[in-house]
Design a protein around this ligand. Structure first.
Ligand SMILES: Nc1ncnc2c1ncn2[C@@H]1O[C@H](COP(=O)(O)OP(=O)(O)OP(=O)(O)O)[C@@H](O)[C@H]1O
Ligand SMILES: [Mg+2]
Length: 469
């Protein structure tokens, strides 16, 4: 599936439940645009009425009713414009807040269901950046750009309608250059996209590297590896800088280029309007008035185009983020057999039968390994580093599946055993020990005090470990 396809699938999944919200937003935006476009009409009317009122005063007539009415209408239209914007803003904020919240929950839930293979093959920092930079980018785009873009599209449609209403040939002249503007925008945007993608990937790798370094910083210090750490860091940082720079250059070009096109377009409109005034069959004064109006329109018309293009880079990083999150969601979950056997202790023993296994295709780690361990026996696997001891433990827990052969508990293949039940029955002490938030203290105490302490700790649901010296 293409990148955009993946992003659309992702957004659709999280946005589909807000159909009503989107409809309300669209209606509010359309209404507010209508009021905004229409308000100047009442302003013109108010000025006309004011002039009439002043002229009336000189003749001794004082009727400001129509003037006041126009002012009230103007005020009403402005207020309604603001109300429309306010409603659309609130709804968009609600939608983006709730959907990012659900994305975060979904992502965290997904992480809990994924295989060890995923965590083995992705750096922690890279996974973390999906929660931070990718989700932040999505949330920013939804919060800041979504409403703006919808508003700008509505504004553009509104202006097109108004232009065709005023004068059809001038309207065509004004929008004639739009395809060129769109082609240029698409070229610049696709260039930007390429580098934003690279940038996000590189940021993920940089985060991964920093994360690894920080967790191993003590080893770096004790072994005097600071220079090596910096040497490893610099290329990552440089790649991020390069990709960011190129992405920014292209996205930074969008706005000035669009502005330039808008100015050229205005010149064309003035030229054609002038020609129309001199050669057309319209009264010259009317034609001149039209030119002034269309100069306004042509600038207003380009404003949404450049706004949308400049906001697009924000959408771009969000699309990249959505693609990365979608890839995470597409990763396989751990397979738990349906109606898997539940273990209730071991009766006979554990066995590996002609096991072939490799983490990656084409690189086998275990070649035809068989062993039979009877219940009650204690077995030590001894071998040089990298010989496959941890790998066997990974297969016993079904963190990975064998390529060939089988791993059995009492003759039942681990693939037919309920995962939770299997792992409840296998205890592991990992090579790298991790101590969670519990506080550990080593206290030398007398036997008497030790018993008292044990009681207290049990009351507070804490465990006490004692080591005999
Ligand atoms: N997640 C993984 N992905 C790819 N290859 C791996 C993975 N984990 C281990 N390997 C490779 O599998 C082989 C066996 O590794 P394993 O960790 O089982 O060795 P070990 O006997 O436990 O070593 P040690 O004594 O260092 O703990 C090694 O060549 C290692 O590089
Ligand atoms: Mg090991």
């Amino acid at each position: 599936m293409s990148e955009i396809g993946k992003a659309i699938k992702f957004f659709y999944h999280y946005m589909k439940r807000y159909k009503i919200g989107f409809t309300v937003t669209m209606l509010a935006i359309i209404a507010s645009t209508y009021f905004q476009v229409k308000a100047p009409v009442y302003m013109g009317k108010a000025i006309t009425e004011l002039a009439k009122y002043v002229i009336g005063l000189t003749r001794g007539v004082s009727d400001k009713g129509s003037f006041m009415q126009a002012i009230w209408m103007l005020l009403l239209f402005y207020v309604l414009t603001v109300v429309g914007m306010f409603i659309s803003n609130i709804v968009v904020t609600y939608i983006s807040g709730n959907s990012t919240n659900r994305m975060r929950r979904g992502l965290f839930g997904k992480l809990q269901r994924m295989t060890i293979k995923f965590f083995d093959s992705h750096q922690d920092g890279d996974i973390l950046s999906r929660f931070t930079s990718d989700l932040d980018n999505i949330s920013n785009a939804l919060n800041q750009a979504l409403g703006e873009i919808m508003m700008n599209i509505a504004m553009m449609i509104g202006i097109i309608i108004m232009m065709f209403h005023e004068n059809i040939s001038l309207a065509w002249v004004t929008i004639a250059s739009t395809p060129i503007a769109i082609i240029i925008a698409v070229i610049l945007i696709s260039k930007t996209r390429k580098y934003v993608d690279i940038q996000q990937d590189e940021v993920g790798k940089l985060n991964g590297y920093i994360n690894e370094q920080i967790s191993g910083q003590k080893i770096v210090i004790t072994n005097g590896l600071q220079d090596e750490a910096i040497k490893g860091f610099l290329p990552h940082n440089e790649k991020v800088r390069k990709a960011t720079f190129k992405g920014q250059v292209y996205s930074g070009m969008l706005f000035p280029v669009m502005n330039g096109l808008s100015l050229v377009n205005t010149a064309i409109v003035i030229f054609f309007g002038g020609w129309l005034a001199l050669n057309g069959d319209m009264a010259r004064t009317t034609a001149l008035g039209l030119v002034v109006v269309f100069v306004q329109y042509s600038q207003q018309f380009y404003q949404p185009i450049s706004q949308i293009s400049s906001l697009y880079s924000m959408f771009q990083v969000a699309i990249t983020g959505a693609k990365r999150l979608n890839e995470t969601f597409d990763e396989p979950d751990e397979i738990n057999p349906k109606d898997g056997k539940r273990l209730s202790g071991l009766e006979h023993g554990v066995a590996l039968k002609n096991v072939h296994f490799g983490y990656n295709e084409g690189k086998e780690i275990l070649h035809d390994v068989s062993m039979n361990v009877e219940k009650g026996h204690m077995v030590a696997l001894v071998g040089p580093t990298g010989s496959g001891k941890t790998t066997i433990m990974n297969l016993l827990n079904r963190f990975y599946d064998v390529n060939e052969g089988s791993v059995t508990f009492d003759g039942v293949d681990v693939r037919d055993i309920d995962l939770k039940s299997l792992r409840d029955h296998v205890g592991i002490v990992l090579q790298d020990s991790v101590i969670f938030w519990e506080r550990f203290e080593i206290i030398l105490v007398s036997e008497n005090r030790r018993q008292r302490m044990k009681r207290c700790m049990r009351l507070r649901n804490r465990r006490i470990f004692t080591i005999s010296l």
